[in-house]
Design a binder for this molecule. Sequence first.
Ligand SMILES: C[S@@+](CC[C@H](N)C(=O)[O-])C[C@H]1O[C@@H](n2cnc3c(N)ncnc32)[C@H](O)[C@@H]1O
Length: 218
Amino acid sequence: MAGGDLPPENKNTGGTLDMERIKELARAIVFALVGYRPQHVTPEMWDREYRDGQWEYLRKMDSIAGLVSILGYCDFLKPASILDAGCGEGLLAEKLKLLPYKSYLGMDVSREAIALATQNLGDARSQFVVADAWLFDTPERFDVIVFNQSLYYLTDPAGILKKYRALLNPGGRIIVSMVDNARTRAVWRLIDPVFGIEDAMTTTQGKGTVVTKVMRTD
Ligand SMILES: C[S@@+](CC[C@H](N)C(=O)[O-])C[C@H]1O[C@@H](n2cnc3c(N)ncnc32)[C@H](O)[C@@H]1O
């Protein structure tokens, strides 16, 4: 699967040190030596993966940890407006519909994902748009901006968060959620010192561990 670091490192298929664990160890060494590198996936590859249903496995019960932690933070923060950066086919949007937000905008570079999300989840409160995260711009401002399992596909994670901080309403929050592995630990090392952490939640379930943080934006 081109989508790379998912499923998470924690999967253990044999009980012995399998190939995944060796690759993960190699990645940790590379990131420690040369610094963070994003997982490189082209928009065409994303389109193919969504068309082929390769992300369907995230709909199972053992993959709810990250979604539930973001839903919990949003339930607490009560945002009227939400931007979901790298929303994919709308797994988070589906969960967030429980909340009384006024507007939700999902943005993703994959046309295929956005077509699926629009068809299945688009409504008067919820819209989806195709855009590259670095090129995306809007006059709208948001109470919460979420990067759910999308930040580690982007170059310069601290730079992109600074760009999106400018799209927040006063008092708005950025929520970042990532599966725990060598690459995402390298991302946290870059963004934690720049933004600081208002709160963090770590959830572990069958498929692995997900870390979700509300970043300081003041
Ligand atoms: C692992 S998927 C997560 C999707 C969704 N957030 C979820 O949790 O189901 C990563 C998503 O990031 C999107 N993405 C990757 N690079 C992007 C970019 N430069 N701009 C916008 N979206 C991007 C991909 O198309 C993909 O849908």
